[in-house]
Every structure is written in C-alpha cells, then in structure tokens.
Ligand binder design. Structure first.
Ligand code: FES
Ligand code: FES
Length: 201
C-alpha cells in the first residue's frame, strides 16, 4: 500500500489535444465554404385546362376552364350569370347557392371541372320569361330582402328547401335555411315567404 493520493482519471474516452485541434480546424473550414448555389430554376409548366359540358338554366354550354376555377367563378365570369353572389367565398354565407342536379350546393366550394355533364339552375333560371317564380314573388310580398345581396342564394335555397320537404313550419325553415346568412336581418320575411310557398303544396 502507498501513501500517495490516487491518480484522478477523467471519465469517458480520453481526447487528445491533437484531436481537438483537428476538429476545430474542420469546423472553421466548413464555416468558410462558399454558400451552396441555388438549384437552377425549373420552368413553370403551362396551366392545364379542362373541357366540360354544363347545362345551365336549360341551355347547353361547352367550356374550357382552368381546373382550379370554382363553379361560382365559372358561372359569373365565363357564363356571365352574375345573379349568383360571391359573399365569403369559403362556404359560410350561402350567397352562392345554386342547384346542381336538383340539389342545393354552395358553388364557391366546388370546382367546375368536377361537374362535367351536370345540370345547374341559378337564380336567373327560376323565372319563366316575365313571370317570377312563386318564391320570388313571395319574397317581394313578405319584404324578404333589404340590400338584396343574399337574396338570390336565399331564394334558390328556399326552392330546394321546399322540394326537400323541409319547410313544413317556420321552425323547420329556420333550421334548414340556416346556412343562408342575411346581414340585413330580413329573416322574418324570408321565413314567411318560404313557409307560405311550401304551404301551397
Ligand atoms: Fe359561397 Fe359564401 S360565397 S358560401
Ligand atoms: Fe341584405 Fe340579406 S338582404 S344581406
């Protein structure tokens, strides 16, 4: 046994001074490398188009559309049917409601290219010549509008609501028309108009 203090050993693998200097030199060299040049710009492919056929308010149309175009934009901008309104453009207000194969949809949330061969009805297709659709006349009679911006969507939605059998009472109309927002608050007239026309059978 010896009196001398035990020799302290560092924990973990020993790292030599040479190794530390080599590593530091490598890091410094990396830091001074010129930046990697950006990848060469890729040519942007030409936008594809889609050819579709739609029957809108009874009239056939053959259209070439941008596959990213909403049905709403095609109706308003390509077919010149501005009666269908663009409110929120995100499915929250119902101003853009149209009938697609007899069912109501918000046309801002669907792509026109997905509906080749579809039959559409917009607000422009409800009147017969000078004769208003009964629901259009009822909206006037019941003061179901103020600024009128939501009105095309309300009326198209109301037509579908009645056809679905969801307009048996004011409460039912309020529930099944709740996706159609009116910022003017013309709801009492809207509900009265839809309920009255539904009641005529
Ligand atoms: Fe389509 Fe508002 S514009 S739901
Ligand atoms: Fe103005 Fe409904 S009448 S938003």
């Amino acid at each position: 046994m010896t009196d001398s203090a035990p020799e302290l050993q560092p924990r973990g693998p020993a790292i030599s001074r040479r190794r530390v200097l080599q590593t530091t030199a490598a890091v410094v060299a990396l830091d001074t490398l010129p930046p990697t040049p950006p990848a060469a710009a890729q040519p942007v492919p030409a936008t594809a188009t889609a050819t579709i056929k739609l029957r809108v308010n009874g009239a056939p149309h053959a259209l070439t559309v941008d596959p990213r175009q909403s049905l709403l934009d095609v109706l308003r901008e390509k077919l010149d049917l501005p009666g269908t309104k663009k409110g929120c453009n995100q499915g929250a207000c119902g101003a853009c409601t149209v009938l697609l194969d007899g069912k109501r949809i918000v046309s801002c949330l669907t792509l026109a290219a997905m509906h080749d061969g579809a039959e559409l009805t917009t607000i422009e297709g409800l009147a017969k010549g000078d004769a208003l659709h009964p629901l259009q006349a009822a909206f006037i009679e019941h003061d179901g509008l103020q600024c009128g911006f939501c009105t095309p969507g309300q009326i198209v939605s109301g037509v579908a609501c009645i056809a679905e059998g969801h307009a048996g009472s004011p409460e039912e109309v309020k529930f099944w028309m709740s996706g159609n927002i009116c910022r003017c608050g013309a709801y009492p007239g809207i509900v009265a108009a839809v309920t009255e026309i539904a009641g005529r059978g």
